[in-house]
Design a binder for this molecule. Structure first.
Ligand code: HEC
Length: 217
């Protein structure tokens, strides 16, 4: 009676002999694809393509970037024939429009006419077109108190911008002001701004028109 389960167990064991296991394994191995040596070709191809793009991209940049000089910008470069790249160097005044449009426009307006009685005009202004020593100081440290522009009186406050604008941004903005809306005065260089900034480093308060009239021509 008790011999029956034992017999079954032995029977099962007998079914899976070493030979039969080997046979099954041999069959399974045959049905698997043969393994090739080396790397798969597709990723290698993509890697090669990327290297080629980076290589020729670097050559292209080296020839066309002009060392990423911000003063050199050619909008048309890509449309012209290769080898005939025409470089358009923007003037300070053209570069300054961007600074003016973000920093000065709120008060002095796009027309440069300001707001009557509140913000003085830059268009036609004797200040804007006058001594650069004065207008650099105005932008660096601000201006307040009574002021006469084009025969009209103002008495307001312009905040100092020397902390937010760099020398070249101030030079560009002032150059734009001096060459726009019929204004005609020499451009202002970053070197001139740097010089005034250094000479007035101790200045902690706004200028007054009376003070500025003592400075410059
Ligand atoms: C928050 C308003 C405001 C902003 C922004 C501002 N200004 Fe002024 N600006 C004034 C006011 C107000 C005066 C006159 C101050 C007074 O009455 O003493 C003035 C005066 C001037 C003057 C001398 C007077 C004249 O009309 O010619 C110049 C030049 C000038 N600003 C240039 C600039 C430039 C350049 C910028 C931008 C970099 C700028 N301002 C940004 C308000 C502003």
């Amino acid at each position: 009676m008790s011999a029956e389960p034992d017999q079954n167990f032995r029977l099962e064991q007998a079914c899976a002999t070493d030979d039969s296991i080997q046979q099954v394994h041999a069959q399974l191995q045959k049905s698997k694809p043969e393994k090739k040596g080396g790397y798969p070709l597709l990723p290698l191809g993509i890697l090669g393509l990327m290297c080629t793009v980076v290589f020729f991209g670097s050559i292209y940049l080296a020839h066309n970037s002009l060392r990423f000089d911000p003063l050199v910008y050619s909008e048309q470069a890509s449309r012209e024939k290769p080898g005939a790249v025409k470089v358009v160097a923007l003037t300070r005044a053209q570069l300054g429009k961007k600074v003016y449009d973000t920093t000065c426009i709120a008060c002095h307006q796009a027309t440069g006419l300001g707001v009557p009685g509140v913000y003085p005009p830059l268009a036609g202004s004797e200040w804007a077109q006058g001594s650069e020593e004065r207008i650099i100081r105005i932008v660096l440290h601000g201006l307040n108190g009574p002021l006469k522009v084009e025969g009209k009186d103002y008495n307001n406050v312009m905040a100092p911008l020397g902390g937010v604008l760099k020398d070249d941004q101030i030079a560009n903005a002032l150059s734009y002001v001096r060459a726009s809306w019929g204004n005609s005065a020499p451009e202002v260089t970053p070197e001139a701004v740097a010089k005034v900034r250094a000479a007035t480093a101790d200045r902690k308060t706004y200028w007054t028109a009376a003070e500025l009239e003592q400075i410059g021509q």
